[in-house]
Ligand binder design. Sequence first.
Ligand code: GDG
Length: 745
Amino acid sequence: VSNRLPVTVRREEGKLTVHLSTGGLATGLNGPHRESQGLWLGWPGDDTELSDAEREGLTADLASQRLCPVFLTPDEVHRYYEGFSNRVLWPLFHSQLDHIPLGDSEWDVYRRVNEKFADEVCARYREGDTLWLHDYQLMLLPTLVRKRLPRARIGFFLHIPFPAPDVLRVLPWREELLRGLLGADLIGFHTEVYAANFRAAVKELDPSLRPVVGAFPMGVDMPALEALAHTPLAMECLLNLKASLGGQHLFLGVDRLDYTKGIRRRLMAFERLLARRTDLHGRLRLIQLAVPSRDNIPDYARLRASVERLVGRVNGTFGTVEWTPIRYVYRAVTPEELSALYQGADVMLVTPTRDGMNLVAKEYCAARVDGGGTLVLSELAGAAQELKEALLVNPYDGEEMSLAFERALALPEGERRWRMKALRKRVADNPVKAWAQGFLDELAAASKPEAGEVTRPSVPISTAAPLEPARVDPVAPIDVSPPDEVKGLERRLVNAHARLLVLDYDGTLVPIVRSPELAVPSIEVRETLRALSNLPFTQVHVVSGRPRLWLEEWLGDLPIGLHGEHGFWSRFEPHAPWVARSESLPGFLAPARKVMKEAAAELPGSELEQKSASLTFHYRRAEPQAAKAALAALVPKLQPFLGEAGGADLLYGKQVLELRARGIHKGVVLEALLPRLPKGALILAAGDDATDEDLFRDVPAEGLTVHVGETPSIARYRLGSPRALLNLLAALLAAHDAEQRAPIT
Ligand code: GDG
């Protein structure tokens, strides 16, 4: 669901025609849409000129492409789209406050149109659908839909920057806007910085809220752009372009005509360059493509006039009868013409003063099948977080920018080539398809499982399976405990007069997700832990492999014990200091780090994490076959660090390989806790992966051990998912509540 459908309807020779729109969202999502079986809901553009019959015909035509029009009245377009979305939210979110008009805000219409979209979404929703909502025009939609479809899977992606909390504070309706977004199971941004800004804004609003947020930098369809570059039509355009240049160097700018794109500053920097380097006169041309955009908004009309004056000034000042320095084109060109421009441009100028991502920068690299060309890129575009080999500039510094333009022209051939090679690799490694799939996978992991969901027991298939050491005795067949056994477990928990609950975090209390930073505890998890620790004679401890800072950040305010890095760090009580198990750092860390870092550099998608007493090689995001091969090569190299002599143990977790200081394992936490327990207290330990087996092994015989998931375990009980564990804990709380309320007889 997005404000605009990815098409534009035009009347050509009396007939209605439907074309693909330009713009980042349309270009990026069109491929994924075509390959999915999904529907796309959005506004098809101005329909006021259409007769009823034409509107019907159009709807049928769109339906054949699985596009569902949401028609807006001219007043709604004016006040919701041009008004609140583009005159208030757009400049605010790009931190350009002076473009926000005084007075009239059109907030009410914004809300009303979001409700209209919610009606359309709910009318078309079918049980089990995934909803993916897009961009700043629809920020209230997640919660509006959530209220009516409490169990729906809802994801939201913001294509523009999310501003710092300080800037957001300018908006009187920020709370409604933030709450509007929080109905989503997952909220995605282009960069970590935007995600952090959003988290900070939510924290300011209500520190107990924990939204699930992630950075998903959008990519482009490199194979398609390469294929386009090779088409006869694009080649012909390129030949024509070259002929018209007659050996001049070509600078290129391609932007929607928008004040965030930095077009004026770019032209002025170009003007400085021409003033400084008169030897370039006659030998250099800038083609500036400005695609008409939002021209009903006065600021955009003013910008157009201003850009055109500036082009006139530069051409008038430096041009001659034979030579015009700037060719300015105010319209969209065909994809083939655009490809030819990218291929013909010696230097591509992408210099926005703020931009969510900027796909033009990536498309330029993708189109350079010849390996040539130089990209000058503003460090204030989201794309600069990835495209580090571009010549990065600050568009607010005109002199620096004009020097960078000059440098781009003079870059030695070797340097130009290695930069472009590296850039093309980055663009190839992050295809738009993977972006869409990555978001949807994360959304599936982040959305709450439907009530009553049971994990189907199955034989575990793990890429690391052949390498898994025999640390656990496999029990076959692997099956969840039958309901009566779970009932028995629940009864023992309820009836105990004192309890010690030792719970692992990832995979046990919260589902495993692809990026560890997304495994934020839900309000339910936090409230369950808090309520459990408030039961009489009940201690709650969370034991995790995570660094203590994560635990502190997510769970630090709860009245429970926390143990990070598998028990290397402990905070036994709330507000108590963290204590380490050993004062000195293990000696294997530095040399082993080198070996593991090399392995991580070789395996795309893997990461190395260093903690106080361990090194963890994460390969969740890597391609499984490649990961398997990388592990097979890495493990033998780690042998010298193992055992008494090396000081480390090697452990296999879920999609991680960990080298950890000897003798540090989750069981050590019990050693510290057991002596402090009241006599006869019941111990319950729960975990999901191999590192929790150490914990189970140290639970005294009369204690209860619960394994969550389908992998082999020595635990006595087995639950299908974190959901099932939370249900068990909820049952304990409910039984206690009921007891409290029972009349005293
Ligand atoms: C928003 C965010 C974010 C441009 N001129 C022509 C043409 N284009 C196509 C380009 C590119 C798209 O338009 C522009 O995308 P950008 O990403 O550069 O910018 P926005 O439109 O502002 O997009 C942005 C994006 O959403 C995605 O999340 O990156 O930060 O502002 O694909 O190729 N296409 C054709 N003719 C043209 O003349 N055919």
